[in-house]
Design a protein around this ligand. Structure first.
Ligand SMILES: C[S@@+](CC[C@H](N)C(=O)[O-])C[C@H]1O[C@@H](n2cnc3c(N)ncnc32)[C@H](O)[C@@H]1O
Length: 332
């Protein structure tokens, strides 16, 4: 067991079940992570379903041990694809394990995406899920820190009665709900590094701001390109990260340091832009890992839209499809 102070604000290149032995009991405020989904990505060896579930139980038992009594865990998962395309949603299979370990369920968040793979023999996947569990009933939740704007924030009640003249909705904003629409980090996203499946920073920001206070400790057992560490640090939280692939640990540390490597390269466009903004250096001197052909330029940036925009676009798309479905077209 290590001294907690020595573990803080670092990323460890280890298997989490080995590394976790260093973390003292009940010292972590929040765990936010996305484990390997056992689908044969470049960083994982596909294992039989049952052995993956047993491994997950070991991971989650360790998470429970290190969480404080007031702590939360957000576990973001997709689906396992079995033989002949059989579709097994991880959240459904993992839920009983969480409950059996004594975690208390708070939300099952659906993360919808406009884009994804195009299936031929079933409906294309357009969502993944996030399971939020707490260790006890005395958990932290700061709704006011993550409210989203109301559509009519200034609308007042005009009917005579007790509420006459009062705002019809909370002017501080609305609870974001359990359907989230953050854009996933694929091509054209300025946060994209060489890692194949990163969290978007604004997704992690919502989780960290809603469930932790300044200086709290956030653990990501599968930190990949370091997103959880970046967001924790940017919001004055402390973090501990673990990642088994050395190349990803290097990317994560490079993102955290925020300066060019010896060849003038950055791990992503966002880090490059931040550096140029802070130093005033000429952007055309630098490169970033995912750029295809062209160099970064001082031209106006691609607009970064808030999640409300992505949600709106997704709803518009769903309405469009409902209004233009083939059976309705045939009826005309
Ligand atoms: C879904 S990705 C997480 C990506 C991360 N959320 C980000 O923003 O980049 C899962 C990560 O877990 C790592 N991993 C797989 N098995 C591991 C293990 N036993 N211990 C620690 N990390 C592991 C993989 O290399 C991969 O980077």
């Amino acid at each position: 067991m290590s001294n907690l102070k020595d573990l803080i604000n670092k990323i460890y290149n280890e298997d989490f079940l080995e590394f976790s032995k260093n973390i003292p009991d009940e010292c972590i405020d929040l765990i936010v992570t996305s484990p390997p989904y056992n689908i044969g990505k470049e960083y994982e060896k596909k294992q039989p379903l049952l052995s993956y579930l047993n491994w997950s139980r070991e991971i989650l038992a360790e998470c429970k041990r290190v969480l404080k009594d007031t702590g939360s865990i957000f576990y973001q998962v997709g689906t396992y694809v079995g033989k002949k395309g059989a579709h097994f949603p991880w959240d459904i299979m993992l839920f009983p394990i969480f409950v059996d370990l004594g975690f208390i369920p708070r939300n099952r968040i659906v993360w919808i995406r406009q884009h994804g793979t195009h299936a031929k023999y079933k409906f294309s996947n357009r969502h993944e899920t996030v399971l939020w569990f707490t260790k006890s009933n005395s958990y932290k939740f700061y709704l006011d820190d993550i409210r989203v704007p109301q559509i009519f924030p200034k609308k007042k009640n005009y009917r005579k009665g007790r509420d006459y003249g009062k705002f019809t909705s909370n002017p501080r904003g609305k609870n974001p709900g359990d359907v989230w629409a953050f854009r996933n980090v694929k091509h054209n996203h300025e946060e994209q590094t060489e890692h194949p499946c990163q969290f978007p920073e604004d997704f992690v920001t919502r989780i960290i701001l809603s469930t932790t206070e300044t200086n709290d400790i956030v653990l990501d057992p599968f930190i990949g390109s370091g997103t959880t560490g970046i967001v924790a640090r940017n919001h004055n939280r402390r973090f501990i990260g673990c990642e088994i692939v050395k190349q990803y640990v290097n990317i994560a540390n490079h993102r955290l340091i925020g300066i060019p490597d010896g060849n003038g390269n950055f791990p992503n466009l966002k880090a490059l832009r931040q550096y140029v903004d802070e130093t005033g250096e000429d952007i055309t001197r630098f490169t970033f890992s995912r750029q295809i052909g062209k160099k970064a330029t001082p031209l106006p940036r691609a607009k970064i839209y808030p999640q409300s925009h992505h949600l709106q676009k997704t709803i518009e798309r769903i309405m469009f499809e409902a209004e233009n479905s083939c059976y309705k077209t045939e009826q005309k």
